[in-house]
Design a protein around this ligand. Structure first.
Ligand SMILES: Cc1cc2nc3c(=O)[nH]c(=O)nc-3n(C[C@H](O)[C@H](O)[C@H](O)COP(=O)(O)O)c2cc1C
Length: 322
């Protein structure tokens, strides 16, 4: 399928998630079948100041392409300059964050605060489009406490956006309550751009249900992919009329370990421990059993120890499930 000028293998995309969507996580999501991966949100101001923390977020790895770089900021001129700086990188798409509900971001007038000012939102988009040298997509929420997409999106379309991703929750909702899929269908009914639906596509079945219920062009999966990075491939299987496949527990553990070693190479011990611990915690979240082992995973400080604990943990879970 075609989206924002890209040819994608399926309509299932990996959501940008701060603290999660590292290059290694994105690589794992791509191997799990994600058709397109996003960086976590990157500060335009941080990029212009070449802050080491920001530059770290912009690294990419061979094999994760196609990938989108997500920028956030409030000032059209700053955002335009940041997009120009990012133009030399290997990202197929620049995505703009118009959805972040975090107070620190909103206070700068960035993220979801731009939804309160449709003129500025369009100016920011136009500035990025003029400088990015590649398709620019926009990810937004419904509005502060009601659906304001009809006021905001037309300006983004005129500014040259190539696709709109709607996380169908208000800013006030945060991550609670249900995403309003009817709002995605409404947007799709009049928006001339491809619409990416987002919110509560938790697994292969619900991702396909979102496509069917809303008519959207693609579905972005966030938290569902934390628990199961192979959800994208399973969703694509269903979409193509195949029986959803997926790796065994042993193959999953092997993939987590392989990627943890890549994280070690890329970012050292701390990064690798954070990544691998996150994989293990997300994998076991909501499952009964092995509480003391999971506590030990939470406390282990080096990768070698975590690897040993992971073997024990998977073995125990397998035994308990049998
Ligand atoms: C831990 C976490 C970090 C997130 N960080 C970002 C981000 O950096 N940029 C962004 O646009 N959305 C971010 N989001 C929102 C997700 O991209 C997505 O819109 C939201 O989780 C709803 O999708 P889901 O129901 O499939 O999880 C984040 C969500 C989570 C859970």
């Amino acid at each position: 399928m075609q989206l924002a000028g890209l040819k994608l293998d399926s309509p299932f995309l990996a959501a940008p998630m701060a603290g999660v969507s590292s290059p290694v996580w994105r690589l794992m999501a791509r191997q799990g079948g994600a058709a397109l991966v996003y960086t976590e949100m990157v500060s335009a101001v941080g990029l212009l100041r070449r802050q080491p923390q920001t530059l770290r977020l912009m690294r990419s790895l061979p094999g994760e392409e196609p990938a989108a770089l997500q920028l956030f900021g409030a000032d059209p001129e700053v955002m335009g300059r940041a997009a120009a700086l990012a133009a030399g990188l290997d990202y197929a798409i620049i995505d703009l964050n118009l959805g972040c509900p975090v107070r620190k971001v909103r206070r700068q007038g960035a993220g979801s605060a731009l939804l309160d000012d449709p003129v500025r939102a369009a100016e920011v988009t136009a500035a990025v489009v003029a400088n990015a040298g590649r398709p620019v997509t926009v990810k937004l929420r419904l509005g502060y406490d009601a659906d304001t997409t009809e006021e905001v999106v037309p300006g983004l379309v005129r500014a040259g956006a190539a696709a709109i991703c709607l996380h169908a929750r208000t800013v006030r909702q945060g991550y609670s309550g249900q995403a309003d899929w009817e709002a995605i269908a409404r947007l799709k009914s009049w928006c001339p751009l491809p619409v990416i639906g987002n919110g509560d596509a938790k697994d292969a079945a619900s991702a396909n249900a979102m496509l069917a219920a809303t008519g959207c062009d693609a579905v972005m999966i966030g938290r569902g992919a934390l628990a199961d990075p192979w959800v994208f491939g399973q969703a694509a299987d269903l979409w193509a009329g195949r029986e959803p496949g997926g790796p065994s527990a042993g193959e999953r553990l092997a993939a987590y370990k392989r990627h943890a070693l890549k994280a070690l190479e890329l970012g050292g011990q701390r990064h690798a421990v954070h990544f691998f611990r996150q994989c293990l915690m997300n994998h076991t979240k909501g499952r009964a059993g092995a509480p003391s082992l999971r506590r030990a995973v939470g406390m282990a400080a080096d990768l070698e120890r975590l690897m040993a604990l992971a073997d024990e943990l998977f073995e125990r879970l397998e035994r308990e499930a049998a």
